[in-house]
Design a protein around this ligand. Structure first.
Ligand SMILES: Nc1nc2c(c(=O)[nH]1)N[C@H]1C(S)=C(S)[C@@H](COP(=O)(O)O)O[C@H]1N2
Ligand SMILES: [Mo]
Length: 359
């Protein structure tokens, strides 16, 4: 009996701080990773209470009065260190609306698509969300350290148990919208999303947006760490043997219905989102069963780094139906019919055949 009790406890141990009720979030079963339910999106922004969590280790509880951020490495002239107060008092604060998407989003659907299983978190469609992030531009924090003329990569590093690190090129670090965020949706960053401070890298895979940052390395040489050599790389046909590190995320669309969806017959509106990483989504088309493709209406336009909202009117007859949605970005890229296979099951973006039962 004791043994059974222990087993049950291990399975139900939560390693995140915020509540993750089943009516708002999908439990992936890892104890660390929770997706947003696509049918629980009331506004353009994802409310913080249901914003997806992707943790490689339990959420750390950090004391902001003891926290410091060090900026150092071969690519700075003078290492600098900031306190939490410094972030608030010494630098301009900006707010940007940006979407974060995990490279593994839809991995479970990818597995169904190719009839195989992938290692890693078995995400449905919930590892994507949009928030208003408030913080200090990374370039403003780097400036006092004096970036050398040969500096080429910037690598934020975390204070959680995995010491998460992922380099980005200097140009991306200096971009207008690369932030060290201290707030999310107008409130102090919650523990699960990186308190006291996290990086937000616009349009890139979520893994670049390091949470619980404590150090930033500036390097004059390319940096090789697990997150750009072993994890978060595309391995498979069309890629070099060592794989291609993922940067921007590909265009995809999401229907705001459960999977499968259940609807009543009669006139109604079907809604969704579409995201294309660093590019704005400019068009969304949909197809019901074998009908022709038709344009959906973009109700909130897409921007570089943030999703678009779309909708269409539908008057379904009772029975089983399939909804397909295909988003396109401003460079004419749209979703393929099948996702390029890769060993770790990243970047699924083929058009999904969304089953909907009407009755
Ligand atoms: N320190 C740290 N940062 C991290 C992670 C992590 O496990 N530890 N996960 C990354 C991944 S893979 C993703 S998709 C995003 C998820 O951010 P969120 O949990 O705020 O949604 O955080 C990234 N930053
Ligand atoms: Mo991720």
């Amino acid at each position: 009996m004791t043994e059974q009790h222990t087993a049950t406890r291990a399975l139900t141990t939560r390693e995140v701080v915020k509540p993750t009720p089943a009516d708002l979030m999908e439990d992936t079963g890892t104890g660390l990773d929770f997706g947003t339910r696509p049918d629980r999106l009331p506004g353009h922004l994802t409310p913080t209470d249901r914003f997806f969590i992707r943790n490689h280790a339990p959420t750390p509880r950090l004391d902001p009065t003891a926290w410091t951020l060090r900026i150092e490495g071969g690519g700075v002239r003078v290492p600098v260190s900031y306190t939490y107060d410094d972030l608030w008092s010494r630098f301009p604060m900006i707010s940007v609306v940006r979407t974060l998407e995990c490279a593994g989003n839809r991995r479970a659907l990818f597995a169904e698509e190719v009839g195989a299983r992938f290692e890693g978190t078995q995400w449905g469609r919930g590892a994507v969300g949009t928030a208003e992030w408030t913080g200090v531009r990374l370039r403003d924090l780097l400036e006092p350290a004096g970036i050398t003329s040969r500096a080429c990569e910037i690598m934020p590093e975390s204070l959680d148990a995995v010491r998460a690190r992922r380099p980005m090129p200097l140009a991306k670090a200096l971009a207008d919208d690369t932030l060290l965020a201290v707030a999310m949706n107008g409130e102090i960053l919650p523990p699960d999303h990186g308190f006291p401070a996290r990086i937000v890298v616009s349009g890139w895979l979520g893994a670049a947006s390091i949470k619980w940052v404590g150090r930033i390395e500036v390097s004059e040489r390319p940096l090789h760490v697990p997150w750009n050599t072993r994890d978060y790389v595309l391995i498979g046909p069309g890629h070099p043997p060592e794989g291609t590190p993922i940067t921007g995320v590909p265009v995809s669309a999401l229907v705001e219905l459960p999977w499968p969806g259940r609807l009543r017959p009669g006139p109604q509106i079907v809604r969704g989102r579409a995201f294309a990483g660093e590019r704005p989504v400019v068009a969304v088309d949909y197809r019901i069963d074998h009908d022709p493709w038709r344009p959906a209406v973009l109700t909130t336009p897409g921007t570089a780094g943030a999703w678009a909202r779309w909708q269409f009117h539908w008057n379904p007859r009772p029975g089983d139906h399939v909804i397909r949605v295909r988003a396109s970005d401003d460079q004419g890229r749209s979703q393929p019919d099948s996702s390029p296979w890769n060993a770790l099951g990243y970047c699924q973006n083929a058009v999904l055949a969304h089953p909907v039962m009407v009755g």
